[in-house]
Design a protein around this ligand. Structure first.
Ligand code: ADP
Length: 273
């Protein structure tokens, strides 16, 4: 832009070029800034459990060496911290994998009903351990969606996991599967809507737009206490974007939240004759 400003004014085109390059520089700067923040946040998230681990190892080697009762307690804490680091690394790897194929549309033709049933089975134990249950209402005979089955399973697992974590103890998680209302997806494409709703504390309105940012949490202490990495919804957002789908979040503080993903219906397969 400095050069552009010093150049003879040849006309509108140059002004436009200067403006465009200014815009690009701003966008690049912003992307760089976000990446730097991300690395700083990720390092910070890893450093906390790591220093806890180091501290306990040192205590076990020194002052607590012969204290059997302390040893068991410390080992349990160390186990939990190691798990936390493993979860974080898993989520970071997931994010980078998703970013890598963000521009390759998914090629699978997927029955969402099957994925939802499998996810409910996987998560039912966890729900039960919080006195909760998972209710599923699925429309029969829905068309297939254009999707990556593993990624959709991951989306569903993250959303159900959150609904269990942030839902009120003893209240059910409700999953529904049906056609998206007309006009939900861009370009008038028909879609299937998969919603996960809880009866939890809900999310104050001012947080809604930032919820899918990496490491953004409404209540960081609460999230960590529940074993959260702060990356679940960022993963959901990226997967849905890769699918050219849509994520809607609706929440009523004190009542609960509903996360809905809309995925495009698959094109009919090329006919074989
Ligand atoms: P976390 O590992 O912290 O749960 P997520 O990316 O999955 O990370 O979610 C980000 C934040 O969004 C959470 O820390 C929580 O504050 C909020 N959140 C997500 N799901 C729900 C929900 N169902 N009810 C209330 N708050 C939620």
């Amino acid at each position: 832009l400095e050069h552009a400003a010093g150049m003879p004014r040849d006309g509108v085109l140059e002004d436009v070029a200067a403006l465009l390059s200014l815009h690009d520089v701003t966008a690049i700067k912003r992307a760089e800034r976000m990446r730097a923040d991300f690395v700083a946040n990720a390092s910070h998230e890893l450093r906390t459990p790591l220093s806890t681990l180091v501290g306990f190892v040192e205590t076990l080697q020194g002052p607590a060496r012969d204290d059997e009762e302390a040893r068991d307690r410390f080992l349990a804490i160390m186990h939990e911290q190691a798990h936390r680091m493993a979860r974080l690394v898993e989520d970071l790897l997931s994010l980078s994998r998703i970013e890598q194929d963000e521009h390759t549309p998914p090629s699978g033709r997927v029955d969402l009903g099957e994925i939802v049933h499998a996810a409910v089975e996987t998560m039912e134990m966890k729900a039960r351990s919080r006195g909760s249950s998972i209710d599923l209402v699925a429309t029969a005979g829905l068309p297939l969606v254009q999707a990556d089955a593993d990624q959709i399973a991951q989306v569903l697992q993250n959303l159900i996991d959150n609904a269990i974590k942030y839902g009120r103890r003893g209240t059910p998680v409700a999953i529904t599967l049906q056609r998206s209302p007309r006009g939900t997806l861009a370009g008038g494409r028909p879609g299937i809507a998969l919603a996960v709703a809880d009866q939890g504390e809900g999310i104050p309105r001012e947080h809604l737009s930032r919820l899918t940012e990496r490491f953004y949490r409404v209540d960081p202490a609460r999230s960590r206490a529940m074993g959260g990495t702060g990356l679940g919804l960022a993963i959901v957002k990226h997967i849905v974007a890769r699918h050219r789908g849509r994520l809607d979040i609706a929440s009523e503080p004190g009542q609960g939240s509903r996360f809905t993903i809309h995925l495009p219906v698959a094109e009919p397969p090329p006919s074989s004759n």
